[in-house]
Design a protein around this ligand. Structure first.
Ligand code: FES
Length: 87
């Protein structure tokens, strides 16, 4: 990890990501880029990138947040597998 990167945990694995990027960007760099499961069980991913579509909902430090509107922070824990639709 260089001095311009910070560690975050994505679905249980620690990854270095560049400082100043959003969680949505980190997901596209360090995983398959998906963010959650739909009610039909399909994986979803960030679409609009500006807080409108809600497709990028993830759990960040245990709270539901929009990945495209959240900057990565050192030690942040992101969970894309537990933020499905609530019936
Ligand atoms: S990508 Fe649309 S709200 Fe985040």
């Amino acid at each position: 990890m260089n001095t311009n990167s910070i560690p975050i945990t994505l679905d249980g694995k620690v990854h270095p990501v560049p400082m100043g990027i959003t969680v949505a960007a980190a997901l596209s760099l360090r995983s398959d880029g998906t963010t959650r499961d739909s009610v039909q069980g399909e994986r979803r991913a960030a679409f609009c990138g500006m807080g409108i579509c809600q497709e990028c909902r993830v759990l960040i430090n245990g709270q539901r947040r929009l990945a495209c509107q959240t900057l990565c922070a050192s030690g942040m824990v992101v969970d894309t597998r537990s933020c499905g639709e609530t019936p």
